[in-house]
Design a protein around this ligand. Structure first.
Ligand code: ATP
Ligand code: MG
Length: 587
């Protein structure tokens, strides 16, 4: 029987962790003090890209490797901070030469690769607002977001442009400039109505006077994952740099000589805050993998690149678990010091799998597009309670609250389920939902930002995810969080994935129904169905356990790997499916 807690010992800390939690350490923390880790622009103000690269390029870190790019064909290329600074200056110059001014929206439809970094950093230096998109998006979600975000510039590969954007051009009058490169990196063949990125870069100056942005200047437009409805555009500012810096240090435990790998897609906020900014702000070397997921190759990357800190997501961990422990054990990662995960609840099974198979437990953390950075985390020095999201980071004050009909709030006690709230402000708090002012206002009550997620806090101050408020099931007077039921089902050896929804029921209010996909080699059968229902009843009790269970070959997920329970529900009830633009493998 596994214990409820994973204690840490000195052997877990080959280097001294950056954060040791204690009331005194928390009291001593201040954002103002941490801000000495940023330099500010020489003339005053703050620019995210200047902080991320130029500051290092101007100092002793100039020749330190910023990016180690693993190309699809097996090649690798290293870019140091000095080169990244000059190249992003060239990109900024290209924009300026095209007449693109500060505040203009630049969209990046890029896979992982050098161009993503140049586009992001160069645009920010020119004072533009950047919106990254999933390169796997089809034409419709691309059009919707470009239109909503009034994108004036698009950076993408020639092949993505031809396949997904060219036919849309006439419907996007705001889109003035399209910059193209070859998908394998380097120059593309010319395409009518577009510019060739590398030709313009070659002609551009590599010195650039960074736009005089301030901590409050808009920098990023991130669309949410669309798990619970149509994606919302969340606007972030340059001042978010401080959250990226601080959370990279305390939540991910990044140290100056680390090799760091963030495997999130750049179209998702994690791919930006922690795929681009946090590691650069802290001056570490990032592995940038241009390929798609492949269990064998991922283990090779961890092993051969000698990754110290790895930030991933439950969906990737699930795929690795599926690929089997033997494959993992044929590789060795003595350098791997810290593994973290975000995006979805991390089942206790997955935390233990990390410890038992990879040799390190997986540290769950929680945040949202809206928060701009990690807010709750299991940190390096902390004991882990598998299934918990951890504790608020320094500088973050969290609470479990109940919102009343009259608009007031009450703070709930330990053990009670309520909405997870965070005391505002913090540097990376979003500043607007694009075009939805009222919705933005509704997120705040007095001093608190309300996340829309339900959770509880235990007596030791650990937070436990219960569910998104839209997904929580009310059955016979009980409030049931789908995560708890799904985790119990996933303990059964036949189950690969589980999703649980509530279905309207005259007697119960809502009835719990589970959808399960099975591990490869296991066949669905009425016996197995009964066995799984029995297993859940034994684990959870009859009031919480599912009453019905159906098998599916796979479960609907967003491109960032989140379960779309609303889609299962719509399909079950024969209702319209709503916005499916972020659905992975649309059927
Ligand atoms: P939308 O708001 O469009 O429905 P989304 O909320 O999935 O999409 P994101 O901002 O990418 O978009 O995801 C944040 C959400 O992901 C959180 O509000 C939470 O529900 C979930 N989440 C993130 N990390 C965790 C975690 N560690 N445990 C549980 N849930 C998590
Ligand atoms: Mg959300």
């Amino acid at each position: 029987m596994r214990s409820q807690i994973i204690e840490k010992s000195p052997s877990d800390w080959p280097v001294e962790p950056n954060w040791w939690d204690s009331p005194a350490a928390r009291a001593a923390f201040s954002w103002r003090t941490e801000a000495v880790g940023l330099s500010g622009l020489p003339e005053g103000g703050l620019n995210l890209a200047f902080e991320a690269v130029d500051r290092h390029a101007l100092g002793a870190h100039r020749r330190h490797v910023a990016l180690r790019i693993l190309q699809r064909d097996g090649g690798r290329r290293e870019i140091d901070y000095g080169q990244l600074s000059s190249l992003s200056n060239r990109f900024a110059t290209v924009l300026k030469n095209l007449g693109v001014g500060p505040g203009t929206r630049v969209f990046l439809l890029c896979g992982r690769g050098l161009e993503l970094y140049l586009g992001m950093l160069g645009s920010l230096k020119n004072g533009c607002v950047v919106s990254p998109l999933f390169s796997a998006f089809g034409p419709e979600p691309i059009e919707t977001r470009l239109r909503l975000g009034e994108g004036a510039v698009l950076l993408t590969s020639e092949s993505l442009y031809r396949r997904k954007v060219a036919a849309l051009r006439e419907r996007l009058p705001a889109l003035q400039h399209v910059l193209l490169y070859d998908e394998n990196g380097g120059p593309n063949t010319p395409v009518e109505g577009t510019h060739s990125l590398y030709q313009l870069l070659a002609e551009a100056s590599e010195t650039f006077a960074v736009a005089p942005t301030t901590p409050d200047s808009p920098a990023l437009l991130h669309f949410t994952s669309g798990t619970t409805g149509a994606p919302k555009g969340a606007l972030h500012v340059h001042g978010a740099a401080l959250t990226h810096l601080v959370t990279g240090k305390y939540a991910l435990d990044l140290h100056p000589d680390d090799i760091y790998w963030c495997s999130a897609d750049p179209g998702w906020v994690t791919g930006t805050s922690y795929g681009i900014f946090a590691p650069l702000l802290l001056g570490v070397t990032s592995v940038v993998d241009c390929g798609e997921f492949d269990a064998e190759r991922w283990y090779q990357i961890l092993e051969q690149e000698r990754v110290n800190v790895w930030y991933t997501a439950p969906t990737a961990i699930r795929l690795l678990i599926k690929a089997g422990a033997e494959l993992a054990r044929s590789h060795h990662f003595p350098q791997l010091r810290f593994i973290a995960s975000v995006g979805e609840p991390l089942n206790p099974e997955a935390v233990w799998w990390g410890k038992e198979v990879l040799g390190k437990p997986i540290h769950d953390n929680w945040w949202q597009t809206e928060t701009g950075g990690i807010m709750l985390a299991n940190t390096a020095a902390m004991a882990i309670k598998p299934g918990s999201m951890g504790k608020p980071l320094p500088g973050v004050e969290a609470a479990i609250v109940e919102r009343h009909a009259d608009g007031s709030l009450s703070l709930l006690d330990d053990g009670q389920v309520g909405e997870l709230a965070l005391k505002q402000p913090w540097p990376s708090l979003f500043r607007a939902y694009l075009g939805q002012e009222e919705r933005y206002r509704r997120c705040f009550v007095g001093a608190w930002y309300l996340s829309g997620d339900l959770a509880r806090r235990d007596a030791d101050g650990y937070y436990w995810f219960v569910g998104r408020s839209d997904d929580v099931i009310k059955s016979a007077g009980h409030l049931i969080g789908p995560f708890e039921v799904e985790s119990a089902l996933m303990e059964h050896p036949a189950v690969a994935e589980a999703a649980v929804i509530g279905i309207p029921d005259a007697l119960l209010g809502e009835m719990v129904k589970a959808f399960v996909s099975l591990k490869s080699g296991v066949e669905p059968s009425p016996q197995l169905q009964a066995e799984l229902l029995g297993h859940a009843r034994k684990r959870l009790g009859a009031a919480v356990a599912p009453k019905e269970l159906a098998f599916l070959p796979s479960l609907p997920r967003t491109r960032s790997g989140k379960l779309m329970r609303r889609l299962l529900k719509a399909r079950e009830l024969g209702l319209p499916e709503g916005d499916t633009s972020t659905l992975e493998n649309p059927l």
